[in-house]
Design a protein around this ligand. Sequence first.
Ligand SMILES: *Cc1c(COP(=O)(O)O)cnc(C)c1O
Length: 378
Amino acid sequence: MSQFQDVIPVAGPWVTEREVEYVADAARNAWFSNHYEYNRRFEEAFAAYVGVKHAVSLPHCTAAIHLSLAAAGIGPGDEVIVPDVTWIASVAPVIYVGATPIFSDIKKDTWCIDPKSVEAAITPRTKAIIGVDLYGSMADWAELRRIAERHGLMLIEDAAEALGSEYGGKKAGALGDTGVFSFHGSKTLTTGEGGMFVTNDDHLHKRVMTLRDHGRPPGDKLFLNTEVGFKYKMSALQAAFGLAQIERVEELITRKRQIFSWYREALGDIGGITLNAEPQGTLNSYWMVTVIPDASFGMDKFALMEGFRERKIDTRPFFSPLSSLPAFADRPGSSAYMPAQPAGEFIAKSGVNLPSGYHMTPDLVRRVADALKQILKA
Ligand SMILES: *Cc1c(COP(=O)(O)O)cnc(C)c1O
């Protein structure tokens, strides 16, 4: 692993000969009547793994969220409840369709959307809830489902960071009315860039198939568009890569969990830090091993990252509250229902994602753990 003597990267894929061979084969053969063959096989394998009826391969997860909202007819005047602390891609599509994102607090232990905060944010305009399985941790889906049913809301599961995680025996992505995944190069399963939309709902599936191809119903050969849609398709080259990865998904998830267990062991003797949670009845696929030092260390995430940078270790800050970002400064109504002292505030101020890619070894994990001990002692 000499290439990591310099700086330990924060994320990275696991690529084998299988991916390379499938992509080479797609380059040669995935044309003419075979042009969708790798996409079809990737989608079928993916749907079978997640345990859902339909899967649609897309250029990225952002498209899958956009299509979920558009397929449900959510638009101007509608409100969508989202966690305040997540990657901006979970929320940007709410703005694309002209609806208003309403920020909710996250829970202290799972770092996922807090159902109590969701309930407080419901108005007559609320149409949907986007729950995010943050860093591989599962949101409180039973409670979110109960709220959605009581108020007639759509439930979108952003499982971009949670492939392979489980809740009550179901796989991440299968808990919402629609589920969405990302295959960005940093994610648990990658296609370079890519995403997947999943659902059990035939109507939503059909809407997504039409909307993602410029308003052409599936099978249209006459180029008679029935509406103005979007162009969201994954190339066969990416799908070939993804098929190789989903065929290896068990070994990918096992390695992710192993990397977390190396960290837990190496960090076991440091008091006053919190790592990713795995509550009863859930399984965490630990996309990113994340550490929250107690307030007593008086250390914010950017100072912590600087300490790691000096020791040649690349890290990432815990996502900042969206309501605090310049991007949402002109949308004050979005945070109208946030509690005065959100739990997410402290977590987002002090949390750091540690190197969690497939390049990690027990030795590299020890280097990171030793660095954390030094930084917190200083
Ligand atoms: C990565 C990510 C996305 C977006 O994925 P893209 O494929 O980059 O569009 C959405 N939500 C969450 C929580 C993510 O981590």
